[in-house]
Design a protein around this ligand. Structure first.
Ligand SMILES: *Cc1c(COP(=O)(O)O)cnc(C)c1O
Length: 419
């Protein structure tokens, strides 16, 4: 496979952009080799600068549940752009998107649009502190909530992939406001509340983790979290930036039947354009400025093009509920092809091949993976035109654009790998 153009671009990029990329995991650091510079995408496939084609299982790291260049999204963005790219004044579309979001996710009674998942979690956390008058946050090791200062403690995603502490540049005072606990441990959660209950503003969690690879909650874990938060007056924040509209229209909270106080959304709600949101109980959201005194703002928030893309995606998902069983089945078919000795974990259309022989229930389990074997597996697939995440600690995604041919090609590529 010729990758000379990507290699030359990477050379140029590294002189001007730290590590040659605008987000760390794109650099292939943990798997080695040349990051592919992508020129275009269509459906489930994308083409790099050298003309190589790949079946895409990253989907822009989650957003593209309907694939690349999905016609209703392209059309909606074109139409919106023709009327002006930004106003800094409210628009009808924002109300429409808020209506769609609150209909899809009933625990969200009111919602505020922002530009990235990081902004959503940062704002939700500030709101939780402003509402409760408390300082501490509980998070879980291996969960990633964007690059918010206090949430980089024991974080997943690129922080885990690069094996860095993640808290360089974060004042110790901020890091100390975070209590990081093992995912899926109810006893650890009980102990934390026992000790700090009256100071905990919020528990923030990926209800299904994607950012240390796909790790589902054990039965009872989310239920216990909900109960402890209620009992101690802490807010429960579901970070559904990845799982929202992915595992079901109503996200993981619909799938597991848990009602959080606040929810963060991102990725899919922008259909590939930069948009995210946080929302939840109206009595809490009323504390956000200008209704209340917790400040949060954004020059480009509710951007017309991004909102138009979001509306197009959510409408399509609402009108085509059959998509969920279709992408679940496609992901299941791929997972069945896994090599022996690999632990496959899947929830709906997100999954990970963990190169370990034990179930992965926490970061401690994930850390036992043989990342070198994962790297070999990744390159084996990439050479065959199948683009899996360039890290053991990221989830792969199937979109509605992955047709039977693409799935079969993928299965063959996986089967030809010997562990
Ligand atoms: C991607 C992600 C974020 C961060 O979103 P950005 O748009 O990259 O800032 C936060 N939380 C979760 C669960 C995510 O998967």
């Amino acid at each position: 496979m010729d990758t000379s153009r990507s290699a030359a671009l990477f050379e140029r990029a590294r002189r001007l952009i730290p590590g040659g990329v605008n987000s760390p995991v794109r650099a292939f650091r943990s798997v080695g080799g040349t990051p592919r510079f992508i020129r275009r995408g269509e459906g489930c496939r994308m083409t790099d600068a050298d003309g190589n084609s790949y079946i895409d299982y990253i989907g822009s790291w989650g957003p593209l549940i309907l694939g690349h260049c999905f016609a209703p999204v392209v059309e909606a963005v074109r139409e919106a752009l023709g009327h002006g790219s930004s106003f800094g004044a409210p628009t009808e579309r924002e109300v429409e998107l808020a209506e769609l979001i609150t209909r899809a996710v009933p625990s969200i009674e009111m919602v505020r649009l922002v530009n990235s998942g990081t902004e959503a979690t940062m704002s939700a956390l500030r709101l939780a502190r402003g509402f409760t008058g408390r300082t501490l946050t509980v998070k879980f090791e291996g969960c990633y909530h964007g690059h918010v200062d206090s949430l980089l403690v024991k974080a997943g995603s690129g922080v885990a992939t690069l094996g860095i502490s993640g808290t360089a540049g974060v004042p110790e005072e901020f890091a100390r406001t975070t209590i990081a606990l093992p995912y899926n441990s109810v006893p650890a959660l009980e102990a934390a509340f026992e000790k700090h209950g009256a100071q905990i503003a919020a528990v923030i969690v990926e209800p299904v983790v994607g950012n240390m690879g796909c790790v589902p909650p054990q039965p009872g874990f989310l239920e216990a979290m909900r109960e402890l938060c209620t009992r101690h007056g802490a807010l429960l924040i579901f970070d559904e930036v990845m799982t929202g509209f992915r595992l079901a229209l109503g996200g993981a909270q619909q799938l597991y039947g848990i009602r959080p106080d606040l929810t963060t959304l991102g990725k899919i709600i922008g259909g590939g354009l930069p948009i995210a949101a946080y929302g939840g109980r109206a009595d809490i959201m009323q504390h956000v400025a200008p209704a209340g005194n917790v400040y949060q703002a954004g020059t480009l928030s509710g951007n017309p093009c991004a909102v138009a893309a979001g509306i197009a995606v959510l409408r399509y998902l609402m009108d085509h509920p059959e998509i969920y069983s279709q992408i679940d089945a496609a992901a299941a078919r791929i997972c069945q092809a896994a090599p022996a000795g690999v632990t496959v974990q899947r929830v709906g259309s997100m999954f990970t091949f963990f190169f370990t022989d034990r179930p992965v229930r926490s970061w401690e389990d994930a850390a036992t993976c043989n990342t070198e074997r994962y790297a070999a597996f990744f390159h084996h697939l990439l050479e065959r035109g199948v683009y899996f995440p360039p890290s053991q600690f990221e989830a792969a995604f199937v979109s509605a654009a992955h047709d039977a041919d693409a799935i079969e090609e993928t299965v063959q590529a996986i089967r030809s790998f010997s562990c």
